[in-house]
Design a protein around this ligand. Sequence first.
Ligand SMILES: Cc1cc2nc3c(=O)[nH]c(=O)nc-3n(C[C@H](O)[C@H](O)[C@H](O)COP(=O)(O)OP(=O)(O)OC[C@H]3O[C@@H](n4cnc5c(N)ncnc54)[C@H](O)[C@@H]3O)c2cc1C
Length: 371
Amino acid sequence: MKSNSAHFDVAVIGGGAIGLSCAWQLAARGARVVIFDRLQAGREASYAAGGMLAPACEAAAHPWNCSPQAREEMLSFCFDSRDSYPDFAARLGQETGIDIELSLRAAATGDWRETGILFVPKTEKDSRLDALLEHGLAAAWRGKTAVFLPDDGQVESRKVVDALRAAAKLSGVEIRENCQIRRLKIENGRAVGIDDDKDTVRAERVLLCAGAWSGKIAGVPPEIAGSLRPVAGQMVQVRGERRVRHVIYSDACYLVPRRDGRLLIGATVEENGFQKRVTAGGVAKLLTAACELVPELSDAPLEAHWAGLRPTTGDGLPLLGATSVENLFVATGHGRNGILLAPATARAICALLLDGKAVSEAFSPARFGGE
Ligand SMILES: Cc1cc2nc3c(=O)[nH]c(=O)nc-3n(C[C@H](O)[C@H](O)[C@H](O)COP(=O)(O)OP(=O)(O)OC[C@H]3O[C@@H](n4cnc5c(N)ncnc54)[C@H](O)[C@@H]3O)c2cc1C
């Protein structure tokens, strides 16, 4: 195997929303960064996502399995990331010319959609309503009790990924696509680079952002390999035109209207290993739930369907920070919230790698073992 003469400050494995946003921010601060993706960057979970910026709904509907203190840290990480989106979107727009279609009260864009998310529980006695009301307003939806979360919203996740890829490139990141990393290059217990099919590439630090696949690379320590699992989600797209004006979130499905009239209906939650498929049952379940919520959708033309794998940890919190292998760092495990958390994750990783500022213990891979 030949050794590539280029030497980088950071080699990033995985070019999804997380790897790309970290690479972009690191390069913007002067680091020499290379990023590897085994496909075209951004075409896995980040491309499948609904793009909701929905911290309160997510915390209520899919509670994290962690201590109350870790929950508070995760919530504030989520809110902080959501609140960074106006600036994140503006920078991406200025640098790349790509509009990520942010729909958030704090960044009024003037399109036909309304900002905010409406949470519609199964019953009005739902015990989660109190927690949601801390962040929202009591509302009614077609005669049902609901909570309106005015500060939540959405982005077009595919445009986020495209803009991040362009911004990373413009900042000097070397993007190597169709390039699968098979193993970490470890010498004397320290990560010194990576091996792909053809080359060894040396770097001062390696940042692992390979999403659900992060544990499959040889040399990845057990606290990462053993703590991550893929959770599949199927999604359906119909032509909603303007029948739904803001995100609606229920236990059975969520509806996300895109600016151009597409309406995304998501998403199933399935544990089938690395199988990523769209099934008749999955699509039927989503369409039935959507039509129960908004009966007018029953004649909406069906346009597309897809599936993705959410990189998920045992407690539902991300894996961020140093690992038990010196100079190997990780940013993955964002589960259902990786689009939401991309800005705050990039900030935390830059602060760690460039300023030596530790990431919250709540997200440390050490909670799953290691040194
Ligand atoms: C159906 C669905 C709906 C979702 N909705 C939302 C939502 O509304 N809001 C939200 O915030 N989040 C949502 N999510 C979650 C979000 O999509 C993920 O948390 C996020 O995309 C994870 O980003 P990532 O960069 O870690 O992973 P990915 O986007 O999966 O990127 C990982 C990358 O690593 C590459 N890779 C893997 N192995 C290797 C290797 N050996 N060598 C080189 N490259 C490799 C892959 O090709 C891939 O591009 C949703 C997810 C799904 C599936």
